[in-house]
Design a protein around this ligand. Structure first.
Ligand code: ZN
Length: 201
């Protein structure tokens, strides 16, 4: 094999290895596709079912195939239709996200207050009758009525407080047992290494 041949074969391999990254074209919305992920190698995302295809599938034929086979009833819709769907999806996502964050925060707050009640050795009923009422009054005066609604979502009934305290104490117990068990293993390992060293020397 001559040097020239070798060079040309190397360059061919190089070209083959070079992956083509396909870009999203605004026009693809007519196939019911938006995009997601990395901007340099976007992945087509179906506006109707949310499916993500690979970057390689960012070509009209493949997008069209998904539209026709998965959503035949939408095959004849125009760009405006898909744009409206996309807008709706975005609004829904925003709504879902805020709903999730609020309930997660309310849950977290409920645990924090239960911990306070346990630390201060106060009756479980204080959560609902005193702490929540006080918080709602403070928030109403300082922030306003809408924010009071959010505070009201924090569950602090005597039963809830009792359950939270129980959850936290069993979690602590579980962690302690885990630590003890892993600590025992750790000791055994030290013994083993010590033994091995003694054997070798
Ligand atoms: Zn789809």
């Amino acid at each position: 094999m001559s040097i020239d041949d070798e060079e040309s074969s190397t360059s061919v391999t190089k070209n083959l290895k070079k992956v083509v990254k396909r870009k999203y074209d605004e026009d693809y919305i007519k196939y019911g596709f938006s995009w997601s992920g990395d901007e340099t190698a976007p992945r087509p995302q179906c506006i109707i079912c949310g499916d993500q295809l690979s970057n390689e599938s960012m070509v009209p034929s493949k997008l069209k195939r998904h539209l026709y086979s998965s959503h035949p009833s939408c095959a004849n819709k125009d760009k405006q239709y898909f744009k409206r769907c996309l807008e709706q999806n975005k609004n829904q996502k925003k709504f879902m996200k805020s709903a999730v964050t609020v309930s997660e925060k309310a849950l977290e707050a409920s645990y924090h207050v239960a911990k306070l009640i346990a630390h201060q050795k106060k009756p479980h009923t204080d959560g609902e009758t005193l702490i929540k009422q006080a918080c709602m009054e403070i928030v109403r005066l300082i922030l306003g009525p809408n924010e009071v609604k959010e505070v009201n979502k924090v569950s602090l009934s005597a039963d809830t407080v009792k359950r939270r305290i129980h959850d936290m104490s069993s979690d602590i117990l579980g962690t302690l047992i885990k630590k003890l068990l892993s600590a025992e293993k750790f000791e055994l390992q030290i013994d083993e290494t010590t033994n091995i060293k003694i054997k070798h020397s």
